[in-house]
Design a protein around this ligand. Structure first.
Ligand SMILES: CC(C)(COP(=O)(O)OP(=O)(O)OC[C@H]1O[C@@H](n2cnc3c(N)ncnc32)[C@H](O)[C@@H]1OP(=O)(O)O)[C@@H](O)C(=O)NCCC(=O)NCCS
Length: 326
């Protein structure tokens, strides 16, 4: 750990932003280093260079009791936030993780099973990936992105909904169906070790879904067969997606929050019809890009979302519990 001035940090962040723009144009244009716990990790530049190659800080997140966010991972999460200007990305990342590992050894609450130590890493920044694996981290949640297309409405109408299926907007009366499909989604994703169903997850989902469905024009769709809900998709408008908007260079951003089809109905186009309805709405609302999360090892998610036009932007790499970081 070294002492570094704000001007030097800003300079590394600016060079990092330029490097990342070449890696993936959908990454944010600016890179900032949050203060985090107050410690800054620094990697010096090549010999003879006064400019550091990388800086990083450490953030700590603790789930609020009663928040649905507790289902999306460990209850206490330590994050290394790196800004790596390069040119040797792998060596700089390796050094930052080593410094962070030493730092976490002195943090009292990294112990415990329900903890994670991780990094949110650009999916296309391939040079760092072997280093992440070597330090005991595995890829968990992916943030995928899809730019809105001008022909989304035509694409949706080119695929008519079969006569025995109804795709309709959801509203407050659908709270039971949306909660039951939402908890089934959590239970399916729970198999893959990223999402964790908590004792109160169903109750928290119900509360959040009631709020979403109570909005004037909620972005929630149900698929029904014979009046029975067999699939659901819920999204957040740009005003409610500001928490994730800084993850991309495009704006406005919308967030696809939940997508689920009953196991007995999968592979029949229901998921695609729900997604098409969402995409039509995005185009109407002038949304530039939609983001969503899926579990890297969920065997249904990546192929399905890829087919719908989404591609990986960020991956959360984590060691769980936090002490398994090496
Ligand atoms: C992901 C999910 C919503 C997809 O719904 P679905 O109704 O089965 O998907 P569709 O039948 O509309 O699939 C659309 C197309 O993708 C194809 N497809 C669907 N799943 C696929 C997969 N796992 N691999 C390859 N192709 C797939 C279908 O064959 C179909 O192709 P076509 O348009 O050429 O006919 C559904 O599988 C599901 O609920 N999974 C469990 C929950 C989950 O993982 N949700 C995502 C969380 S992020």
């Amino acid at each position: 750990m070294s002492v570094i001035g704000q001007a030097a940090v800003d300079e590394v962040c600016a060079r990092t932003a330029r490097r990342l723009a070449a890696v993936d144009p959908l990454l944010p244009e600016a890179v900032d280093l949050p203060a985090g716990c107050g410690t800054t990790f620094v990697v010096g530049g090549a010999e003879g260079s006064a400019q550091p190659a990388a800086v990083a800080s450490c953030e700590r997140w603790e789930g609020e009791p009663g928040s649905v966010g507790l289902a999306w991972g460990a209850a206490r999460r330590f994050r290394l936030i790196p800004a790596i200007a390069g040119p040797d990305v792998a060596t700089a990342l390796d050094s930052l993780i080593e410094q962070w590992h030493e730092h976490l050894a002195d943090v009292h609450d990294t112990d415990g099973e329900d903890t994670a130590a991780g990094i949110v890493w650009p999916s296309r920044d391939a040079e760092g990936i072997r280093v992440l694996l070597r330090h005991g981290m595995a890829p968990r949640a992916i943030v995928a992105a899809r730019a809105t297309r001008s022909d989304d409405a035509e694409r949706a109408s080119a695929r008519p909904v079969p006569a025995d299926i109804v795709i309709r907007k959801g509203g407050p009366a659908d709270i039971d169906a949306v909660t039951s499909l939402g908890i089934a989604l959590v239970r399916y994703d729970d198999y893959f070790g990223s999402v964790i169903e908590r004792q109160d997850t169903e109750e928290n989902l119900r509360r959040d879904s009631a709020q979403l469905l109570g909005e004037p024009e909620p972005w929630a769709w149900l698929a029904e067969r014979d009046g029975v809900a067999i699939g659901m998709l819920a999204g957040l408008r740009p005003q409610a997606s500001t928490w994730i908007a800084p993850m991309t260079s495009m704006a406005p951003v919308a967030y696809l929050q939940q997508g689920f089809v009953l196991a007995t109905e999968r592979g029949g186009g229901i998921g695609a019809m729900l997604t098409a309805a969402f995409h039509v709405e995005l185009a109407k609302a002038g949304v530039a890009v939609a983001l969503l999360h899926y579990s890297q090892v969920n065997p249904l998610s990546a192929p399905f979302w890829s087919q719908q036009g989404y591609r990986p932007l960020w991956a959360t790499w984590e060691a769980r519990p936090a002490r398994t970081l090496r």
